[in-house]
Design a protein. Structure first.
Length: 134
């Protein structure tokens, strides 16, 4: 895992050297209200966040801001979009550090994320929900 984070895979290194990151962010922005497309993009971003260089690049380009917007607009906290969004945040913190969250230091985002987490903790009851809480 440490090797993956530091060196990435051949594919992740190729992505980091291309313009694909900008395209993915544009697609995320353009299709943020279409759950099927968003889910696939979030899965891709989650995979990309495993490589520290890509994680840093994505954070600098504001992807966490877009991911949080998508999460806060989600209606069901049990959805794959919410789960993948949390994975992206954790991967960003692990790969880049907590400074990546500074872009989200807006009261509306903090309150929205707090409300989402409270819902997960209070209303979660399935094994899948427990995994999301933990």
């Amino acid at each position: 895992l440490v090797n993956l984070t530091n060196s990435g895979t051949k594919q992740l290194r190729s992505i980091s050297e291309s313009k694909i990151v900008e395209t993915i962010i544009e697609l995320l922005y353009d299709y943020r209200n279409q759950n099927r497309i968003i889910y696939v993009l979030l899965e891709l971003i989650s995979y990309m966040m495993m490589y520290a260089k890509l994680a840093e690049d994505l954070c600098k380009k504001g992807v966490l801001h877009l991911v949080l917007e998508v999460m806060l607009n989600g209606e069901d906290f049990r959805s794959g979009i919410i789960r993948t969004g949390f994975e992206i945040f954790w991967s960003a913190i692990e790969g880049v550090g907590v400074w990546c969250l500074l872009a989200l230091s807006n009261q509306a985002y903090i309150t929205g994320l707090q409300n989402l987490l409270i819902r997960v903790i209070k209303e979660g009851y399935k094994l899948e929900d427990k995994c999301l809480r933990n």
